[in-house]
Ligand binder design. Structure first.
Ligand code: BEZ
Length: 208
């Protein structure tokens, strides 16, 4: 089953390295960075779990809870976390879901048989406090994710929600933003008192 942007994400119960969870309750009123990795005790995955742990404060400051998943058993996760902590000089402080029967991986369409018939690919799901999918990215087995981009898209989503804007290509926090066409010039005067540049009638850019 594939999940689309805007869908309510599947709820599930799972065993994790921090105890059992029900997914929607675990998200609570936070955002979630839910990501799968192919297998424990593999090199790229080790760096990704480590990077997520190193960015713990960055996720917390955005009210985002990270949670990993692979189709491995809980005892393997626990043993492997020791390696991650030692080699990546960090402390893994977020849960990793054990999904040995791949039930959750299948529900989230993380198994791509062209890559591997049992292991999950590197899926990313950014989920909002309403448990709606806001963004998804899929990487193959042999390419590690870009965590600057993961934080950037979370910033862009949260800013778009808060300020009724859209973000242009390669936007980073503090950069100019786009006034959506759904906002008339009259309405924009109230919302964006600093004004804006009109490059085309459909392309208005402003600073916040
Ligand atoms: C890795 O994390 O290094 C990896 C995992 C599965 C297949 C290939 C690479």
């Amino acid at each position: 089953m594939s999940i689309h942007i805007g869908d309510l994400v599947p709820d599930f119960e799972a065993e994790t390295t921090q105890g059992p969870i029900r997914f929607h309750d675990w998200i609570g009123d936070h955002w979630a960075f839910f990501f799968s990795h192919p297998a424990d005790f593999t090199p790229v995955c080790t760096t990704e779990i480590g990077r997520t742990a190193q960015l713990s404060k960055e996720f917390a400051s955005r009210r985002v809870r990270p949670i990993g998943l692979s189709t491995d058993w809980i005892h393997a996760h626990r043993e492997w976390i020791e390696d991650v902590n030692a080699t990546q000089n960090t402390h893994v402080d977020f849960p990793i879901i054990a999904d040995p029967e791949a039930k959750i991986a299948r529900a989230f369409d993380m198994i791509h048989p062209g890559e591997d018939v049992t292991d999950a690919v590197r899926s990313v799901f950014i989920i909002d406090p309403d448990k709606k999918l806001r963004l998804t990215m899929t990487y193959p087995m042999n390419v590690g994710r870009n965590f600057d981009e993961i934080l950037r898209v979370i910033d862009a989503l949260q800013l778009a929600d808060a300020r009724r804007i859209a973000t242009p290509a390669d936007w980073t926090p503090g950069g100019k933003v786009i006034i959506p066409v759904s906002i008339s010039n009259d309405e924009a005067k109230d919302i964006f008192p600093k004004g804006w540049d009109t490059l085309r009638s459909y392309l208005r850019v402003t600073e916040l």
